[in-house]
Write a new protein. Sequence first.
Length: 179
Amino acid sequence: MPVCPDPGDKVQAEVALRFGLIYWMEKVETYFGKTYPLPELDLSLRGKCAGQAYLQLWKLRFNLALMSENYQDFMLNVVPHELAHLVAFREFGHRIKPHGREWQAVMEQVLGVPAKTTHQYDVTKTAKQNYIYHCGCPGRAHGLTIRRHNKIAQGIKYLCRTCRKELTFKEERKPESNA
């Protein structure tokens, strides 16, 4: 995998991602015996999600903040995970499940990476969950984003998956300052 002196720097991160993609693409091309174009890259993803694949556009979006905090694991797991979505779509068509057997085969047989569907990164810095809600569970708090908070204000109801009670607003958490 390419070394990146500062994965928080967008230019360095993009260069490292391109070299990482070339590494993973060589495995795909060797396995399938054909060449593929390098996917378009977008480093604007934010929040809890580490990466996204846009199948018809042959495009990958990555979360620069999560990449910078988890560089080695990101390059070894998230990058091939998202690339596997593109390859599975291209090779097996649009009727496959996102993490179905075709995607799993690309991950494990083609790329040699365990087919994990989620990351375990700490997202407290990247997920802006500044609205605290409570449910019927004792002592439990749910942090919601501004988008969900605004939907509740418009009348949408969210339920706790555990107790099935409606979430009720308690407080707004002030973002931490960098001072």
